[in-house]
Ligand binder design. Structure first.
Ligand code: GLN
Length: 484
């Protein structure tokens, strides 16, 4: 087996046993990146020197103690997560040269466990999008078909994992941005419960929805990263002061008798036939492992996309007010202060970000606030209640992650509404604040991956990981690799 294709679990055990060295692993990954990156385009920037330095550090660490959970493991980080001293652009011209003076909480925790940062991955500008086509720094391609998108907004992270250009990655998910690209690229993506993971150092998009989570080659690696990044943080007042279980400890347990809810609103017109077939097969597989499927209803599903796009744009319009050319980021010349603000924002932001700032500002403006923002908040409460009610009677909910497999580059760029609809199965999970995972559950006739979404109760990532692991052990989808 090639070193670059190792999982976290495999790489760590080989490193700790002395079978491979962190430097060898880093070198193998950069060779892989050099061979593929021109075609895949997963990274905004690479951290070669940093990675080699950290690899030498890991080798020193290994001489002392080998306890660190990620000693010598090279990971990729989405470029909206701040890394001290290393450029963090959000794939936006406005932050093209921004070097954070501090480390995000999640990367700080990874550092303490000895990880190696190999690069920052591409995204839709400020994580606004579903295809990574909204990046100011070029396209990322789907490793399964270079004519198709990797999904988004964490498309770079998902493509890097799928093409073995890293061992695993972090992404962020506001309305599906971890799970949807994971589904399109045939890898595992987990959005934790709102509050499970600190967002300190995550560049804010929609603060009531944003969460950071792992994108990995398999379910065990997802649990390993969750163990490290989860938990209370004084620097993020929305992070929950809750005990963090060992997410790996339930893996391998039986799932007999667990009830899996199948929401009827998720099997509707517009759902691709091959996706539907794969997901139904997967449900049968879970049944054969002892799970009990139960039809459920999430009655307010049809309002989710509309509510999400009011709330997410409103929050974005407020969060992005800080990019005005004064404290950091791009600054354009202007005749006076107002002119400087306007030129900076006009030159710095791309079309989709501008569209959202305009939409959100409109929804929040006086006279419209009650009709849009307040109404959307009320709908959000109903959607949250749908999930809470359904999850009183079942252990988890199982759905397709996306209505279609990866679409063609350019196919939806002229039609924002079509693009927004690709999040139809993922964004309710953010509105409700519950955790969700996407795992590979099949391939279409064109050899495009299909994702299965498993949704859990608040702070019950353990159940979704356990079921995902049981399914993964019983199938081979996660072992398939794109032919590149
Ligand atoms: N595609 C959704 C949007 O454009 C979700 C993005 C995300 O989760 N960051 O808002």
């Amino acid at each position: 087996m090639e070193l670059y294709s190792l999982s976290i679990d495999e790489a760590r055990s080989a490193i700790v046993k002395g079978e491979i060295s962190p430097q060898e692993l880093v070198i193998a990954l950069f060779e892989r990146i050099d061979a593929l990156e021109e075609r895949v385009g997963a990274y905004v920037s690479l951290a070669r020197e940093n990675a080699l330095r950290q690899a030498r550090q890991a080798e020193d660490d290994l001489k002392g103690n080998a306890e660190k959970a990620l000693v010598g493991i090279p990971l990729a980080i989405k470029d909206n997560i701040c890394t001290e001293g290393i450029k963090t652009t959000c794939s936006s011209k406005i932050l093209e040269n921004f070097i954070p003076p501090y480390e995000s909480a999640v990367t700080q925790r990874l550092k303490e466990e000895g990880y190696i940062l190999i690069g920052k991955t591409n995204l839709d500008e400020f994580a606004m999008g579903s295809s990574t086509e909204n990046s100011a720094f070029g396209l990322t391609k789907n490793p399964w078909d270079f004519e198709r998108v990797p999904g988004g907004s964490s498309g770079g992270s998902a493509a890097a994992v799928a093409s073995d250009e890293c061992i695993a990655a972090l992404g962020s998910d506001t309305g599906g941005s971890i799970r949807q690209p994971a589904a399109f690229c045939g890898v595992v993506g987990l959005k934790p419960t709102y509050g499970r993971v600190s967002r300190y150092g995550l560049v804010a998009f929609a603060s009531s929805l944003d969460q950071i989570g792992p994108i990995t080659k398999n379910v065990r690696d997802s649990a390993i990263l969750m163990n490290i990044i989860s938990g209370h943080d004084l620097y993020d007042s929305t992070s929950a002061d809750m005990p963090v279980p060992d997410f790996t400890s339930n893996l391998g347990q039986e799932i007999k008798g667990l009830k899996i809810g199948i929401p009827k609103e998720y099997f509707i017109e517009g759902l691709d036939k091959e996706v539907e077939d794969s997901v139904k097969e997967a449900i049968k597989k879970l049944e054969s492992l002892g799970a009990i499927p139960v039809e459920i209803s999430l009655p307010h599903t049809e309002y989710a996309v509309a509510a999400y796009y009011i709330l997410a744009t409103s929050e974005a319009s407020s969060n992005l007010a800080r990019y005005d050319g004064v404290k950091y980021g791009l600054r354009a010349d202007g005749e006076d202060l107002i002119d400087m603000y306007m030129r900076t924002r006009d030159e710095g932001f791309g079309a989709e970000v501008k569209r959202r700032i305009i939409l959100g500002t409109y929804a929040l403006s006086s006279g419209y606030y009650n009709a849009y923002y307040k109404k959307a908040q009320q709908v959000r409460t109903l959607i949250k209640e749908d999930f809470e009610k359904a999850l009183e009677n079942v252990d988890v909910i199982v759905t397709p992650t996306t209505p279609t497999p990866a679409f063609r580059i350019g196919e939806k760029t002229d039609d924002p509404l079509q693009m927004y609809l690709t999040d139809i199965f993922t964004l309710s999970v953010n509105l409700a604040g519950v955790p969700g995972i996407s795992i590979p559950c099949g391939f279409t006739a064109r050899n495009l991956p299909v994702g299965l979404q498993i949704i859990g109760k608040h702070f019950d990532e353990e159940s979704i990981l356990k079921i995902a692991y049981a399914y993964e052990q019983a199938t081979d989808w996660h072992k398939r690799k794109p032919n590149i």
